[in-house]
Structure formats: structure tokens, C-alpha cells
Write a protein that binds this ligand. Structure first.
Ligand code: FMN
Length: 104
């Protein structure tokens, strides 16, 4: 049996590490014929069949307008050895660089 005494406080700025164990994903879009990709950590499965994934994507992201206009994207789950690339992809914008060609 669990009691209130068993509960332990946790720093608010660290709670996401406990309840957000899913993968960081890559969201690829195409806008006016130009492909782009962004890193997304705020995501979760919300239905099994057919599968539905919820993602929080800021309207300030270049990907946002592509998603609104096309309603389409490709979701990829990167492997652990891609971590540095995944962070790089999430620290620049397709409004400024071609992320499929850029090596930085
Ligand atoms: C690890 C990581 C996770 C991220 N998760 C999100 C997210 O869930 N939602 C979001 O809007 N931006 C997220 N970002 C930031 C976007 O990936 C970043 O703004 C990106 O440059 C947007 O690309 P775009 O302007 O080409 O669409 C994340 C970045 C990193 C590095």
C-alpha cells in the first residue's frame, strides 16, 4: 500500500525527465517543394490503431507553416549514435539553412 509518506518532492525543472521517456523524433516536411527537418522532443502516442502521434511544434518554427499548408510530414526515430546530428538539426532553422545539405 502506498501512503503520502512514500511520496517524494521532485524539482519542477527536472520532472520532464521522469514523465517524458519517449524518443526525440525528427519531423520532416516539404514546403513549396523544399524539404526540411526539425527535432521534436514534446511528442507522445495518443492512439494505437490507426496510430496517432501528438507533437508540440511552435508556430515560430519554419516547419509549422509547412505542416499547416500541407498537413503532411514524415516522422523518424533517430538512433542514439545520431544524437549530435539531432541536436544540430534542432538548433538551426530551415528558414536559414538547407538541413539536408548542411554538415553543421
Ligand atoms: C532536443 C531538442 C528537442 C526539441 N523539441 C522541440 C519540440 O518539441 N517542439 C518545438 O517546437 N521545437 C523543438 N525543438 C526546437 C526545434 O527543433 C528548432 O526550433 C528547430 O530549429 C526548428 O526548425 P525549423 O525552423 O526548420 O522548423 C527541439 C530542439 C532540440 C535540440
Amino acid at each position: 500500500m502506498i501512503t503520502v509518506k512514500d511520496l517524494k518532492p521532485h524539482p519542477l525543472d527536472q520532472v520532464h525527465r521522469l514523465i517524458e521517456p519517449g524518443p526525440v523524433i525528427l519531423v520532416t516536411t516539404r514546403h513549396h517543394g523544399i524539404p526540411n527537418v526539425m527535432t521534436n522532443g514534446f511528442n507522445m502516442m495518443v492512439r494505437h490503431a490507426p496510430p496517432l502521434i501528438a507533437c508540440t511544434i511552435g508556430p515560430w518554427d519554419h516547419s509549422y507553416q509547412a505542416l499547416v499548408e500541407t498537413g503532411e510530414c514524415v516522422i523518424s526515430v533517430p538512433t542514439a549514435d545520431m544524437a549530435a546530428t539531432v541536436v544540430d538539426i534542432g538548433n538551426c532553422s530551415g528558414a536559414d539553412v538547407d538541413k539536408f545539405r548542411s554538415s553543421t
